[in-house]
Design a protein around this ligand. Sequence first.
Ligand SMILES: Nc1ncnc2c1ncn2[C@@H]1O[C@H](COP(=O)(O)OP(=O)(O)OP(=O)(O)O)[C@@H](O)[C@H]1O
Ligand SMILES: [Mg+2]
Length: 113
Amino acid sequence: MKKVEAIVKPSKLKAIQAGLIAAGIPCMTVVPVKGCGLQKTYAEVYRGTERPLILHSKVLIICVISDENLEKCIDVILDNASEGNVGDGKIFVYDVVDAIRIRNRERGGGAIR
Ligand SMILES: Nc1ncnc2c1ncn2[C@@H]1O[C@H](COP(=O)(O)OP(=O)(O)OP(=O)(O)O)[C@@H](O)[C@H]1O
Ligand SMILES: [Mg+2]
């Protein structure tokens, strides 16, 4: 199992969600977040060391999926999130040790199907 965390522009959320559902990846958690990547995060007009930090509004999409669905999940996010601009977002992939469905105590792959 893998966990995919995608941090994307809020305007891309609907298309990504629709794409994931169409690809057979219907389960996700979505969190509004603020963050900064490598783009300039301060107003350059300010001098000295005290620059106001700017955090950009993004959406964090979390999907826990089978290994088999990983590349499909990444492709859907890339296809729907990319404008080719700085700030388009980033995807992180993690190994997941276990998943447990609380209702029936099902574990592992069965809990995410
Ligand atoms: N290394 C990181 N750790 C944690 N969060 C990150 C990291 N890089 C980016 N993010 C999050 O992803 C959001 C989007 O990042 P962003 O697309 O600006 O990445 P970037 O590396 O600066 O690439 P680009 O040059 O295309 O802008 C950031 O606002 C931040 O919330
Ligand atoms: Mg950036």
